[in-house]
Write a protein that binds this ligand. Sequence first.
Ligand code: FNR
Length: 186
Amino acid sequence: MPEFKIAVLVGSLRKGSHNQALAHALEKLAAGKARFDYVQIGDLPLYNQDFDSDYPAQGVRLKQQIRQADAVLFVTPEYNRSVPGVLKNAIDLGSRPYGDSAFAGKPAAVIGASVGVIGTALAQQHLRNILAYLDMPVLGQPEAFLHFKEGLIDAQGTITNAGTQTFLQGFVDRFLAWIDTHGGQH
Ligand code: FNR
């Protein structure tokens, strides 16, 4: 299997984000098999359809980064039982103008961590709806809803719970096989 390039969109901008820590932990588990390319989404303008005739530079950058990747990984918290606005805005920018989406056909996976016990399940279901519309083949199983507890991931990105580590290694391995099956498209 080649070493894949995976564009990673983290749906939280805060310092100390559990989802950012989760993304780094997954990166470690994929070491030697995939490179993670973190996509900056915090400086994107709010999508406006007027952009379609003159796209902002940050939107062009975002789309290039997605296009250069073999696959896209979404690592997101749940906000008010859905996807954080900052992530939805990035998706909207990457998907337009109509007919020129950077996401179409890219294999994808979704995962998230929350302090709540449902572990972002509802946000992930909403996200899956969006990605289906964008024509992305999204990994179906395993679903990964992480109930985050302090200390689960240390500062080096190591998962401190053996069962969680095994589960997340399985998630990463299935995703890599999924990318291989669906052939990265750049
Ligand atoms: C939350 N949080 C939250 N948690 C959850 O399980 N379901 C939810 O619907 C929400 N809603 C929500 C809305 C808003 C605006 C905030 C700020 C937070 C709590 C959330 O899980 C917690 O803040 C996580 O730590 C956010 O992820 P990061 O920033 O640590 O990656």
